[in-house]
Design a protein around this ligand. Structure first.
Ligand code: PLP
Ligand code: COI
Length: 344
């Protein structure tokens, strides 16, 4: 018998941890990954000298599952997340989980927690958080010889509380998130630790997030704390930064494809911070952020407001509608972005 759907306030879920029934752990030991264990235990027993605890050997991913109108479980860009996780692991010398294992893990944990998949049309999704940690002990700085792949899920609403409503950003000049030849282009925990005080400070001052500049010249836009950045030029270009120190957002990659199809010309290139004054709209994009339009950007004592600062711009709105329709199975999936997870 299938358990009834969890009784949650689906339309008002925050982006926060919510206990579900199961999480999943695989261990890499003696040169191979084990078969993985599903458990209801929310804690990990971990060696006090594990490399993740001391030297930051940790990488994670974030992806979303949506219920379709027909009640199917649709996962967005699972293949891309599997590839990126492997790339993040390789960059910090962790054992990358094979893509097939990553895919199996995500499908398995979603199936086990199917009663937490938010209903179609609720605006919520099941967020999947896979992480790889160095679990073997080391005291000298060196890669571990044991790793764990842990996957948990949690039903979520939008990352930015306002959802699809414009939010204020501030250009961050005092803090660098990532160095040009560092690890900003992979999804490792240390990048988020590096940015925490900037995000925290911005929120204290009434902004939703920061916009980082490139760490070398402090001239070009990198990205926001949890998401990539784009601007729409008056000539109809979808402009998004090219930089070696930003995370290659899978959402942004999709938006570039959609923008092109919708008649906007995508340009991925260094974006000088002065250009914020030329855009007609701007947005942040990512799995958690989806598209969050930008109301205003404050840069030192200068500020730009997009439109009336309250209404999402037409291009961001069109992109948002198209993306979310594909994710929910309501619009044709021309590029094979969505994969149905068998639930039985
Ligand atoms: N940039 C950063 C720093 C992120 O943490 C994320 C979230 O994953 C993104 C961008 C957006 O990437 P994606 O669209 O693949 O979720
Ligand atoms: C995501 O969008 O999935 C992320 O991992 C961003 C994170 C800061 C919540």
């Amino acid at each position: 018998m299938v358990a009834p759907r969890a009784d949650l306030d689906w339309p008002h879920l925050p982006f926060a941890y919510q206990k579900t029934d199961f999480n999943l752990r695989y261990t890499f030991r003696d040169g191979r990954w084990d078969a993985g264990v599903l458990t209801g235990d929310e804690t990990l027993p971990i060696h006090i000298a594990a490399t993740c605890l001391h030297y930051g050997q940790e990488a994670f991913e974030g992806l979303k599952v949506f219920e379709s109108r027909q009640g199917e479980a649709l996962v967005f860009r699972l293949d891309e997340n599997a590839r990126r996780m492997a790339g993040s692991c390789r960059k910090i010398l962790m054992e990358p989980p094979p893509e097939a294992l990553f895919i199996e893990a995500v499908e398995r944990v979603v199936r086990a927690n199917r009663r937490f998949i938010p209903p179609y049309g609720s605006g919520a999704s099941l967020y999947v958080r896979p992480l790889v940690i160095g679990s073997g002990p080391r005291v000298g700085v060196a890669p571990a010889d044991e790793y764990m792949l842990v996957v948990f899920v949690t039903p979520v609403g939008p990352y930015f509380k306002t959802g699809f409503k414009p939010m204020p950003l501030v250009v961050e000049e005092e803090v660098d998130r990532a160095a040009p030849l560092g690890v900003g282009d992979v999804k490792v925990g240390g990048n988020y630790a590096a940015g925490m005080r900037a995000s925290y400070g911005a929120k204290q001052r009434g902004y939703s997030e920061v916009l980082y500049l490139d760490a070398k010249e402090k001239q070009y836009i990198d990205e926001s704390g949890p998401a990539n950045f784009y601007g729409i030029s008056p000539e109809g270009q979808y402009v998004t930064p090219a930089s070696g120190s930003i995370l290659p957002s899978i959402t942004n990659k999709c938006l570039i494809t959609l923008a092109e199809q919708m008649g906007l010309r995508p340009e991925r290139r260094p974006v000088h911070v002065e250009e914020i004054f030329t855009f007609t709209e701007a947005g942040c994009c990512g799995t958690a952020a989806v598209i969050t339009p930008v109301a205003s950007i404050t840069w030192g004592d200068r500020k730009v407001t997009y439109g009336d600062g309250q209404t999402p711009g037409p291009h961001s709105t069109a992109l948002y509608r198209r993306l979310t329709a594909i994710q929910a199975g309501d619009a044709p999936d021309e590029w094979g972005w969505v994969r149905r997870i068998p639930l039985d």
